[in-house]
Design a protein around this ligand. Structure first.
Ligand code: FAD
Length: 442
């Protein structure tokens, strides 16, 4: 192993080995040759040099939450960035420099001490690194754009071991690719984000039973189509503890609360909800609200796609599938994307899919391997039933191990430009354990 490391190396004989190779998705069971716990860019440089010298597979771990499990690899070196937790907030400039090992909740806590935040995701235990590099959909994206839209710069160790600073002026091609192109272009050691004033938000949820679902989903769809950017919503179709289908809209309003109450009144007062609650909530509390639904140790299998139109036929299909869902831990999510995130041109960053739409995610999770077969089969069947309603496109951060056609669908019209950038910064495809963009031919 390289000398001069600030961090340390975990080998298979180490007591910490098994915990060091665990990722969020318990379906993943990979056995790396070693895990290098990186504390600074020089550790990353040394790890890259070592992997190159010994021709080893190399994977990069931020928060370890990606469902595909590409943070870890078999028989190779894992660069574990989780020790890199620095969060430096410049409240006057409204920026934050964030170490690549931070989780969403950790960065939000630091920025919220100043009444500020950058758009991230909706579960506080997710890593900022993978989330931002793939795009980053969350509670603030209709008002302030995606996580990647709020990136103002990044410190990157490239495949040749150079430490670069990428922003709109310096290495703009690399900076473009980092905003939606995933972990293909270098190991990002620090992200610099633009911050916004975010006070306590108006947040809550409203749930309806199956028979009321079509009307409720239509109402929600019409509301978000014309709602102010301050509103972000996420629909979930799930089962209650008794196994009964429940359709819930969780929401977050980041503007003046009186205005939000007025906008949301038609949704909150509609019909006879089985649950309805909305009120002021500290932003960090709302953002960790769903955490308990995703405990460690569960097995996951996901299929996803962008749903441009929530037609009656799509609703019928979703509700039919929900009724055969085998696990009460699972759900079908429709995270709404629009507003500021949808007004950015598709080619302005690597994140191509900018329409007003839903990120439809069939999220299956279950407790033990005995249930794997039927949960995977249900997920695939549900996706096949929904496929005619979906765009030929998918959010890269929702992809499992699904093959190159789906990877290209994730990068969409930006794929070829990404391949050019890949050739410039990683011509040998050292960083290939990811949703891979192959380098364009020289
Ligand atoms: C419970 C849960 C909730 C989620 N909620 C949301 C959400 O609300 N919004 C949303 O947009 N997404 C969400 N996601 C998806 C999430 O964005 C992705 O799983 C993301 O990849 C997680 O980032 P990570 O750093 O934790 O992942 P990791 O598994 O550590 O990394 C994923 C991949 O990113 C690359 N990578 C990671 N760090 C670096 C780095 N520093 N430099 C270069 N490449 C790197 C590597 O290729 C790696 O394989 C959620 C996922 C889960 C499991």
């Amino acid at each position: 192993m390289p000398t001069g490391l600030v961090g340390d190396v975990i080998w298979p004989a180490d007591d910490r080995y098994d915990s060091s190779r665990v990722v969020f998705n318990a379906m993943i069971d990979r056995r790396p040759l070693a895990v290098l716990r990186c504390h600074d860019p020089s550790d990353v440089q040394r790890g890259i040099a070592y992997a190159r010298h010994h021709d080893l597979p190399l994977s990069v771990k931020g928060g370890g939450h990606n469902v595909a499990g590409n943070a870890v690899c078999d028989d190779g070196l894992v660069l574990d960035l989780s020790p890199m937790k620095t969060a430096l907030v410049d409240a006057a400039k409204r920026t934050a420099r964030a170490g690549a090992g931070l989780l969403l909740g950790e960065l939000d806590r630091s920025t919220q001490e100043h009444g500020l935040a950058t758009p991230l995701g909706v579960v506080s235990l997710t890593g900022i690194a993978g989330l931002t590099l793939g795009g980053g959909l969350g509670w603030l994206n209709r008002k302030h754009g995606l996580a990647c839209d709020n990136l103002v710069g990044a410190e990157v160790v490239t495949a040749d071991g150079a430490v670069l600073h990428a922003n709109t002026d310096t290495h703009p091609d690399l900076f473009w690719a980092l905003r939606g192109g995933g972990g293909n272009f270098g190991v990002v050691t620090e992200f610099e984000y633009r911050l916004h004033s975010v006070g306590p938000v108006l947040a809550g949820a409203v749930s309806h039973p199956l028979q009321a679902a079509p009307e409720f989903l239509k109402l929600h769809d019409e509301l978000v189509a014309s709602a102010p950017d301050e509103l972000s919503t996420a629909v979930s179709l799930a089962l209650d503890p008794a196994g009964e289908p429940v359709i819930t809209v969780a929401l977050c309003w980041c503007g003046p609360h009186d205005d939000g109450n007025k906008v949301l009144e038609p949704l909150m007062s509609h019909g006879r909800p089985i649950f309805s609650q909305i009120g002021p909530v500290p932003y960090t509390d709302w953002q960790r609200g769903p955490d308990s639904g995703f405990p460690p140790g569960r097995l996951h299998y996901w299929k996803a796609g962008w749903l441009r139109d929530l037609t009656d036929a799509a609703i019928t299909t979703l509700l039919d599938c929900l009724q055969t869902m085998p696990s009460s831990f699972s759900g079908i999510g429709l995270q709404h994307m629009g507003g500021a995130a949808a007004r950015i041109a598709s080619a302005a960053t690597a994140f191509a899919h900018r329409a007003e739409q839903y990120d439809m995610l069939i999220l299956s999770q279950w407790a033990g391997p005995a249930d794997s077969e039927r949960n995977i089969a249900w997920t695939r069947d549900t996706f096949a039933a929904m496929e005619p309603h979906l765009a030929d496109a998918v959010y890269v951060n929702n992809l499992g191990d699904e093959g190159q056609t789906r990877v290209q669908a994730a990068y969409g019209a930006n794929y070829e430009r990404l391949a050019e950038v890949k050739r410039r910064y990683d011509p040998d495809n050292l960083l290939r354990i990811n949703q891979n963009v192959a380098p364009a031919p020289a």
